[in-house]
Design a protein. Structure first.
Length: 337
């Protein structure tokens, strides 16, 4: 099936696999082989478009994409002018995808391509708008990272109104209707997991066991994940702002009680010189809380600043797509046998 150019059968679905890549030269060929096997198994149900997004890689990832494009016209690619991050890469892929079904999948094979078969069945046979993968184990992942991830999902679920599932990943297959809804969310500070939940639609969660990278090294350090987590909380919850207000009210009440206590103590026992250590501690404590609250406000203000500048989410230096792109309409389940 490799190298097949003709996928114009309108009775078949067209699946665009959006694959964000950053320095994935060691694994991109392995990924291509795996997804071609899946495409072979799904040949009667759907045609495939494999859309790689090069997120400013500094290795030979782009050269690998060009080579795959030459041997297989189903392969398309977008190359950014610099590294804009995975969130921007996913958005660019969704924006250029031509399939009536669109999948977001990592190139490192931690997202097993064979799950696409079950995801497709969930959408076409069971009536879901989206099918998403959810890890039921974290074998091979550092314990600290696993602990922080679990706590983050719980905190985000409590602080926001969006539905988050412990272990969910970016890997999912979506209908064109859901993809268009996600593209309407064009904010610059993106947290795609939250966006997928916010737009709604009927999603089926497909459990799978954690898979280690097939090759190469992860690009997500602990601090990058922590920053990403804060992005999700700030992007989908105003509870931290309410917390700042609550802390302010508590300190006002505490200050009022302290003033009343000092007045009564002075009237009854006078005003001795002693007490400066406790006063210094109070000043330092209150100053620390004020700086903490200002930091929370600053995070929200910074996000507003980035949004109002209205800079593009990404800049592409190369866009290599098939010229026969057509406006894809949703294929009804009865039309796809």
């Amino acid at each position: 099936m490799e190298g097949q150019e003709n996928y114009s059968n309108t009775k078949k679905d067209k699946i665009t696999a959006v694959v964000p890549c950053y320095n994935e030269e060691e694994v991109i060929d392995l990924f291509y082989q795996e997804i071609c096997r899946v495409a072979e198994q799904m040949f009667e149900q759907a045609d495939f478009e494999i859309l790689f997004v090069n997120d400013g890689s500094v290795d030979k990832t782009l050269e690998k994409m060009k080579k795959l494009r030459q041997q297989d016209r189903r392969v398309c690619y977008i190359s950014f002018s610099r590294n804009f991050g995975k969130e921007a890469a996913m958005y660019a892929g969704l924006e250029h995808a031509t399939g009536n079904l669109v999948a977001v999948i990592d190139a490192d094979l931690q997202h097993p391509p064979k799950l696409l078969i079950e995801m497709y069945r969930s959408i076409r046979s069971e009536g879901y708008d989206s099918a998403a993968a959810c890890r039921v184990s974290r074998k091979g992942e550092p314990k600290l990272r696993s602990f922080v991830s679990r706590k983050f999902y719980r905190v985000l679920a409590k602080l926001s109104k969006i539905e988050v599932v412990d272990g969910e990943v970016d890997y999912r297959l979506m209908s064109r209707q859901m993809v268009d809804a996600v593209l309407k969310m064009s904010e610059r500070n993106r947290f795609t997991k939250g966006i997928f939940s916010w737009v709604g639609f009927h999603t089926k969660w497909i459990p799978y066991k954690n898979v280690e990278r097939a090759a190469g090294k992860t690009k997500w350090s602990f601090w990058k994940l922590l920053k990403y987590s804060l992005e999700g909380i700030i992007g989908f919850s105003t509870v931290p702002l309410a917390l700042v207000s609550g802390i302010g009210v508590l300190f006002c009440i505490g200050a009022f009680i302290t003033i009343v206590y000092i007045i009564i103590k002075t009237l009854l026992w006078g005003d001795p010189v002693g007490g400066w250590p406790s006063l210094a501690c109070m000043v330092l404590g209150i100053s620390g809380v004020q700086l903490f609250c200002m930091g929370i406000l600053g995070q929200y203000l910074g996000k507003i600043y980035l949004e109002v500048k209205n800079r593009p989410i990404y800049l592409a230096s190369i866009v290599e797509m098939n010229h026969d792109r057509e406006e894809m309409k949703e294929v009804k389940p009865e039309d796809s046998v």
